[in-house]
Write a protein that binds this ligand. Structure first.
Ligand code: ATP
Ligand code: MG
Length: 395
């Protein structure tokens, strides 16, 4: 019996099979199942073309039709289903010139990057493994399907993917694959940076990051990573962490010429990641000045605590206990602005003769600070009293 994560998706496979198509579990889920690691998403490969899939399932989202990929919404969950394909030529080293749909799973497995990722499993748990991926998994080895140089020349992202798998799984890179990575490394400069960023983030989160780092330096791949090529020592020092935000904050706060904005621009990251990284930088400056006080825990979102602890460890080699942040946070009189007992309208009512202006925000900010630091109670009449004695300045 397959583990429960596969059960629901098996429903999709059985519908496809009932309609005379083939379908298999493929990629990371099969690899991780064999290794006995947690499985996070299920990929399915099928002989049915996207339009044939659309004819069978009511909810199909065409996310990457040109690659034959659709998402099937099935029993309130989403599953990525890709038609068997081969990739044709890669004249630009990063995108196939044309994708050809095929009806043979072996051809589809043959276009996949590494032997451990080229294993298919049917609904009953039977395995198809034409490239001996299980042997490489047992030997903890990353090896390309087919000639390594040719495969990296087709798509240089595979070079970075080999490193990220090494970081996640702790596997070694097979000798020929490794040599080819070194030879073809400059091709990574041509990649769309967004693809590189996705792999880099996974790489930095891997438990075996130190192992991957050894390869990155041995194969001189760091020379092709924006920002880090100019501050390689910082890269070398990185410990595993699940987001690039604390890493970019580390780059800005270390003795480097780069800011968070430089990093976010170079890796085309989201504004949300930029905001997180900047919050961490501000938090670190405040921590150095005032330590961990009430205002500090009030400003730093809970989701960022781990990243802040990581940052201090990276920069100062000091340990901050999450428990310390937690107990300070639990004692806060308010958790956010929303809990303030007054707003700008109250202030305008109390000072009817004053025109609107920046004094309102300044006064609210000051009240918020005093409430958080327990200098003032979150109580309207107390605040009104306090204001009588601390009249705001006119704009
Ligand atoms: P993860 O567990 O992180 O999702 P994964 O192996 O499933 O790892 P994906 O990026 O989800 O990686 O890709 C799914 C599968 O598609 C891979 O296992 C591999 O078979 C194939 N694949 C992905 N990217 C490439 C590529 N650049 N070249 C060849 N095959 C690829
Ligand atoms: Mg996957």
């Amino acid at each position: 019996m397959l583990p429960s994560v596969f059960q629901k998706a098996a429903g999709i496979i059985s519908i496809l099979e009932a309609n005379q198509y083939e379908a298999y579990f493929v990629g990371g889920c099969v690899r991780d199942f064999i290794i006995d690691r947690p499985i996070h998403d299920i990929d399915i490969a099928t002989s049915a073309t996207p339009s044939e899939i659309q004819a069978l399932f009511p909810k199909v989202i065409p996310v990457g039709l040109e690659h034959g990929t659709v998402i099937i919404r099935y029993e309130q969950e989403s599953f990525e289903v890709t038609t068997y394909r081969t990739d044709g030529n890669y004249t630009d080293h990063r995108r196939p010139d044309k994708v050809v749909f095929v009806r043979d799973i072996n051809e589809d497995l043959g276009r996949r990057d590494f032997t451990m990722n080229a294993i298919a499993m049917d609904m009953k748990g039977n395995i198809l493994d034409p490239f001996e991926g299980r042997k490489d998994i047992a030997g903890e080895q990353i090896q390309t399907v087919g000639d390594a140089t040719a495969r990296f020349e087709e798509d240089a992202l595979r070079i970075v993917r080999a490193l990220r798998f090494s970081s996640q799984l702790g596997f070694s890179i097979e000798e020929k694959t490794k040599e080819a990575m070194k030879r073809s490394r400059a091709l990574t400069d041509k990649l769309a940076v967004e693809r590189l960023t996705v792999e880099l983030e996974k790489l930095c989160a891997g438990s075996f990051l130190t192992k991957a780092m050894t390869y990155i330096f041995e194969l001189e791949l760091y020379c092709h990573l924006p920002i880090f090529k100019d501050v390689p020592l910082l890269l070398k020092e990185l410990k595993p962490v699940s987001s690039l935000a604390p890493i970019f904050a580390f780059v800005e706060l270390s003795d480097s010429p780069f800011t968070v904005t430089d990093c976010v621009t170079a890796y085309k990251c989201s504004n949300q990641l930029k905001k997180q990284a900047k919050t961490l930088v501000d938090a670190y400056h405040r921590y150095k000045k005032h330590g961990i006080d009430a205002w500090f825990v009030y400003l730093l979102p809970k989701e960022q605590w781990n990243y802040f602890v990581y940052l201090v460890k990276q920069l100062d080699h000091e340990n901050i206990e999450i428990q310390e942040l937690k107990s300070k946070q639990e004692r806060l009189p308010i958790a956010s602005k929303k809990e303030l007992c007054l707003n700008g309208h109250d202030l305008m009512e109390w000072f009817p003769d004053r025109p609107r202006g920046k004094w309102i925000k300044e006064l609210l900010d000051e009240i918020e600070y005093r409430i958080v630091t327990c200098e003032l109670a979150n109580d309207k009449s107390r605040i009104k009293d306090w204001i009588q004695w601390n009249q705001p300045e006119q704009d």
